[in-house]
Ligand binder design. Structure first.
Ligand code: SF4
Length: 698
């Protein structure tokens, strides 16, 4: 029996894996743990299926002269890639090579990937798919609190809350075991959900008089400004907290003064009375009013917008108005999505970061990390381009000519896929490391077959900032090796030392590199993790117990106060027009995880949700002559697709919802907008104008 964690989402449900007769296969059982309390969702129960899928990659592949991917050896694939890199860098410079990482990689792989880019390839062009995930929340929390840890408190703290406001988070489908932590708020009538759909989570508000605020897509910011307006105008704010613990309480009043509920109703479509009621329920649960505790939590629905950082900032400002951050049993947090969405953003995969969640532009950080890496700090690259900007530059005159992709399936998960496809095709060399022939791997020139969860040791960091051990239970098949072997193999061929294939050794180096940084892992050892110590970063030395709760004594800003950043509403970048009169909203399903590369290969999950579809309101469907199950065409400024309709009153009449887990002709990201948030560089996945017409199936 091997104790480990689910391979998928950031809840990182605890499991045990048990041997079965079939080679490479295991059986999974849930393990009691504070986040999942012995529960698993359908994805977790079926995760072992991915270990033995029929099209598992087991040998390196190289594209031959006929354009076919053919099997080869690791040595020959590594030699080929290293020779191409040398030639491209000689002709076009160091930045002609790019590296794209993923939020599902272990901490060790994420750390090694950032070091590989900066030290072995010496390129500034490295970023990762977390830019598409929670980067707006990271940007907002960094500027408000001086630090970004998704939940700055254990998830179990929600368990006694009187109210929880979920803004754009559908945890009943994305991480069902987490719903158990909402029970107290549900029982109190304090579950408040902002979502343009009646999602599974929004449906929970219908018991015990919770509140579903079914806002027009792209208007969460206006709605939250109005909630804060009500809190301030009705004398519900924690004025002592605002004076003592924030830098500019007056800014809250200034930025919300004009957002009275009747005005917000005109923008958001949420009745003014509902806004007032939600604000009062949330406030009543706040400690300042003797309540049981209140939380404001954001998810991708709030964050994946061109104003995502400001929307999260408004949520933080609401939490500050009520005196929640840093109070036991209350707070603001971001529900991180990807399995290592938290750790993946701490160890140097981001364009502007070094390990320890340090800025790559900070001279002291450059100097310290360069010393750990044994290189000259002046030789370390500076900030590179963010994910979408990096993709947009691929194959251009000044852009990268080659790219490594690890733990990411860009041809499903990136916005405006026609453009992504063009840019990837323009590369001289695309190298993809994956466990299955994903849509992106099938476009590559070289594919490395790499280990997955139950075949590897390492660490992951959950949505709470708790560091967890991932443990190998089975041998990897065929010639499968860790991503670490790609980094070490290429580095060696480039004449660069210091890349280990041993995850324990990489973690030891990561500890040293993170020491003194914001995400300080220096006191965490595998021995402590193996002894089941609950270690939430920062853990600055081995005698330190970890930091489950942040902000109790102040915020890690220059003045120790939370910063109130003024923000205001602005429309969706690609807003409605007579040609495109509805909003297209994308999201997630219970049965699938992210780009679906794994879950679409699990028969039970694929049978339950086999294909893409579009949810459309019955009134609109009738107007357009579209019946349930019949084809419709969606057309945006980026492209069009035909898919079956699901006619349901769960969506607003002005909204069409499409899940994004499907590839090829079923990929809704063909239609989504790649306009960026100016602060986080997050694309606007969550809202764009769409034309809907009846269609014939292709
Ligand atoms: Fe738990 Fe998430 Fe895995 Fe489901 S997908 S079992 S919620 S970790």
């Amino acid at each position: 029996m091997t104790a480990t964690h689910c391979p998928y989402c950031a809840l990182q449900c605890a499991t045990t894996l048990h041997p079965v007769a079939r080679p490479g296969a295991v059986e999974v059982r849930p393990r009691d743990f504070p986040t999942n309390r012995g529960g698993l969702c359908r994805k977790g129960w079926t995760a072992p299926e991915v270990l033995t899928v029929p099209d598992r990659l087991t040998m390196p592949l190289v594209r031959n002269a006929a354009g076919e991917l053919v099997e080869t050896s690791w040595d020959s694939a590594l030699d080929f890639v290293a020779d191409r890199i040398k030639a491209l860098q000689a002709a076009h410079g160091r930045d002609s090579i790019a590296v794209f990482g993923g939020g599902g990689l272990t901490n060790e792989k994420a750390y090694a990937l950032g070091k590989f880019a900066r030290v072995a390839l010496k390129t500034a062009n490295v970023d990762y798919n977390g830019r598409f995930c929670m980067s707006s929340a990271a940007a907002a929390t960094n500027r408000a609190f001086g630090i970004d840890r998704g939940l700055p408190f254990p998830l179990a703290d929600l368990g006694a809350a009187g109210a929880v406001l979920l803004v754009g988070s559908n945890i009943a489908e994305t991480m069902p075991p987490a719903v158990a932590h909402l029970q107290s708020a549900r029982d109190s009538g304090g579950l408040l959900v902002v979502d343009p759909r009646r999602s599974a989570t929004a449906g929970l508000t219908e018991e015990n008089a919770g509140v579903h605020l079914q806002a027009t897509p792209g208007t969460d910011l206006a709605l939250v400004l109005s909630l804060t307006h009500v809190v301030l105008q009705e004398g519900l704010a924690d004025t002592a907290y605002l004076q003592e613990r924030t830098d500019d309480p007056d800014a809250l009043v200034r930025t919300t003064a004009s957002w009275w509920p009747e005005r917000a109703e005109r923008v958001t479509g949420v009745p003014a009375a509902t806004i007032r009621r939600a604000a009062r329920v949330l406030a009543a649960a706040a400690p300042v009013h003797g309540g049981a505790g209140a939380f404001v939590l954001t998810g991708r629905g709030a964050e994946q917008h061109s104003k995502g950082t400001d929307t999260v900032t408004a949520c933080i400002n609401l939490a500050l108005a009520l005196g929640l951050p840093g109070r036991l049993g209350s707070g603001y947090g971001c529900i991180t999505g990807q399995g290592n969405g938290q750790g993946g953003r701490e160890h140097g995969q981001k364009a502007d970061q070094l390990p320890g969640y340090r800025s790559i532009e900070d001279p002291a950080a450059r100097s310290y990390v360069a010393q750990v890496w044994g290189v000259d700090p002046d030789e370390l690259p500076r900030s590179g381009k963010s994910a979408v900007e990096l993709i947009d530059s691929l194959g251009t005159a000044d852009g990268p000519k080659a790219m490594f992709v690890h733990g990411s399936n860009l041809l499903v998960s990136a916005p405006n896929l026609a453009s992504v496809r063009d840019r990837l095709a323009a590369l001289d060399l695309l190298v993809v490391a994956d466990v299955v022939p994903s849509e992106t791997a099938l476009l590559a020139d070289v594919v490395f077959p790499v280990t997955q969860w139950a075949e590897e040791d390492g660490t992951m960091t959950s949505l709470e900032g708790r560091v967890l051990r991932r443990r190998a239970a089975v041998a990897a098949p065929g010639e499968v090796r860790s991503d670490l072997a790609v980094f070490a193999g290429i580095a060696e061929r480039l004449g660069v030392e210091g890349f280990s294939t041993d995850p324990a050794a990489v973690f030891e180096e990561l500890r040293r590199a993170s020491a003194g940084g914001r995400a300080d892992y220096s006191g965490i050892t595998w021995e402590r993790l193996d002894a089941d110590e609950a270690l939430f970063w920062p853990v600055p030395h081995e005698g330190h117990p970890g930091t489950p709760r942040l902000f109790a004594d102040g915020f890690p800003t220059a003045d120790g106060r939370a910063h109130v950043v003024p923000v205001d509403h602005r429309p969706v970048a690609d807003d409605l027009s007579t040609d495109a009169p509805l909003y297209l909203v994308t999201g997630r399903l219970l049965q699938h995880y992210q780009s679906g590369a794994q879950t679409r290969r699990v028969p039970e999950l694929a049978e339950a949700e086999p294909e893409v579809y579009a949810e459309i309101h019955p009134r609109v469907a009738a107007q357009l002559g579209i019946g349930d199950g019949r084809p419709l065409r969606l057309r945006t400024a980026r492209g069009s697709m035909v898919l079956p309709a699901r006619v349901t009153a769960d969506v607003r009449p002005d909204t069409v919802f499409v899940p994004f887990h499907f590839g090829g002709a079923e990929a809704v990201n063909e239609l989504t907008n790649d306009v960026l948030d100016p602060v986080s560089r997050m694309p606007e996945f969550k809202a764009c104008a769409v034309e809907v017409t009846a269609a014939a199936l292709p």
